[in-house]
Write a protein that binds this ligand. Structure first.
Ligand code: ADP
Ligand code: F6P
Length: 457
């Protein structure tokens, strides 16, 4: 069977992978093997002009270095100060600078050049996420004729958002270099079709086929999953020592996110404040644990969200805390997966309330971790891609503090019978559409495209 070559900006070299992409691909590559190429992690003054080997994993790993300037313009700049805010509906936070776009193009071309000597003729190349939209086109320029697919982990922008990019037409040129483009949710495929048509005249020739400038592309929805069975076991076997202890009879409500403005953390803090304001009976009965390690520091919007959330948590605790009860525990560091699994299992409520999110794996992890005989309740934003598969959660609008607070109250009161029936429905989709299903479905579609290309050549 041909080798799988995955390329992503982030490559897991440490012990604590964080971010949905790394967690999912780590799970996928562990079972199938292959090669994973990504950024070495820290910018260096004198970047190597070759990929660097990192033995010692269940799959091969090669990294590329970035200079501080390239890291600034390509990663902090175009990827996370232009594409990320715009794809998450926050054009107001984007920072358009031609140097960022130049840096993005330059780094994409460099990664392609460094990759070519390592490629075999029958490799299947699977490019991940918005940091590498342009990589397929750069590989094609160098004569790479392998099957190349792309998967977007974050939302695809609707026409009005796409129009705020400095280069909307170029984005579609980049996309057309791939044989297959995968999206998280139906919403993203619809936005891709509408924005492509609006910006470039891209034609939809079939439910999943698009044509532009003499090239055709297959685009389809492949909702990403988790390694659900191992998560179920990890939660069941989580050590008691890692449980949260309370001085009152409180139930745990948990949120686990990177500290990103797209995750709606201040909004959920305000909803919790609303709950405590409106229902004093719940004082000392509910304790909110928010785990949120900082991310992308150096980008102003991330520094701001950190300050805003710390301030809010302090204010709410100051307003409501008693001698034996701290309403919010706000922890800014990563935890090993097994500890998280045990915390999810202990919780009565899982809060997943992003303002925009590609999928959100925490929603799936929370469900997998529950005790089926006494499960907790998932509160899920209608803006997470996960909602298309998980309507049995308590679905809320995260901008609406009243609605979110009401969902918290109803999760606290929900009967065991209702919790069990909602959980059963959610768990069945999490188990069925797991990470193995996701990668197999995507790669099957990519193989079909490669086979069709071979016939028409
Ligand atoms: P994103 O990809 O935007 O970060 P997801 O919810 O899809 O969001 O994925 C986040 C992943 O990172 C999940 O697998 C989650 O368990 C992991 N993660 C998030 N916060 C932490 C943390 N504090 N410690 C360890 N892992 C974390
Ligand atoms: O899942 C979306 C994503 O942006 C991934 O591409 C990325 O690896 C992850 O979130 C974490 O972000 P970062 O790699 O910038 O820390």
């Amino acid at each position: 069977m041909s080798r799988l070559v995955v390329v992503s900006n982030r490559l897991p070299l440490g012990d604590n992978p964080s971010g949905g992409l790394v967690v999912a691909l780590d799970d996928a590559l562990r079972s199938s093997g292959g090669l994973w190429i990504g950024f070495s992690g820290e910018p260096v003054d004198d970047p190597a002009d070759a990929l660097i080997d990192h033995p010692g994993a269940a799959f091969d790993r090669l990294s590329f270095d970035l200079s501080p300037e390239d890291h600034h313009n390509y990663y902090l700049g175009f990827s996370n100060s232009v594409l990320w805010p715009i794809c998450h509906g926050r054009a107001d936070l984007s920072h358009l600078d031609p140097i960022y776009l130049d840096g993005y193009r330059k780094v994409s071309a460099r990664i392609a050049r460094l990759m070519v000597p390592h490629l075999r003729p029958d490799d299947r190349i699977w490019v991940q996420d918005y940091q590498l939209f342009a990589l397929g086109a750069e590989l094609r320029k160098l004569g790479v004729r392998n099957a190349i697919g792309h998967f977007l982990h974050i939302p695809f922008p609707a026409p009005a958002e796409c129009a705020t990019l400095p280069n909307p037409a170029e984005l579609f040129d980049w996309m057309m270099a791939y044989d297959l483009v995968g999206f998280q949710a139906r919403r993203d495929l619809d936005n891709f079709a509408a924005s492509g048509h609006h910006m470039t005249g891209m034609e939809q020739t079939d439910e999943n086929r698009f044509a532009l400038g003499g090239r055709t592309l297959r685009a389809e929805v492949f909702p990403i999953g988790i390694d659900a069975r191992s998560f179920v076991e990890e939660a069941r076997d989580a050590p008691d020592a890692d449980r949260v202890r309370f001085l009152t009879n409180a139930r745990l409500m948990i949120g686990v996110d990177r500290l990103d403005y797209s995750k709606g953390i201040p909004q959920r803090f305000r909803a919790f404040q609303q709950l405590l304001d409106k229902i004093p009976d719940l004082h000392e009965q509910i304790s909110f644990l928010q785990i949120a390690p900082p991310t992308r520091s150096g980008v102003q919007a991330y520094d701001d969200i950190r300050e805003e959330t710390e301030h809010l948590a302090g204010r709410i605790n100051g307003q409501f805390a008693t001698l034996n009860w701290t309403p919010i525990r706000f922890i800014n560091r990563p935890y090993p997966r097994q500890v998280l699994a045990g915390l999810y299992r202990q919780a009565r409520i899982g809060l997943v309330t992003p303002l925009a999110d590609g999928m959100n794996l925490v929603a799936k992890e929370f469900v997998a971790a529950q005790d089926p005989e006494d499960p907790g309740v998932l509160i899920l934003s209608r803006f997470a891609g996960a909602v298309e598969q998980m309507p049995a959660a308590l679905v809320i609008n995260p901008h609406d503090a009243h609605e979110t607070a009401a969902a918290m109250a109803s999760a606290m009161r929900m009967s065991k019978a209702e919790r069990k029936s909602r959980h059963q429905e959610l768990l069945s989709v999490v188990l069925e559409k797991d990470v193995a299903w996701w990668s197999a479905a995507y790669l099957k579609a990519l193989d079909e495209e490669a086979a069709q290309d071979a016939l028409t050549e």
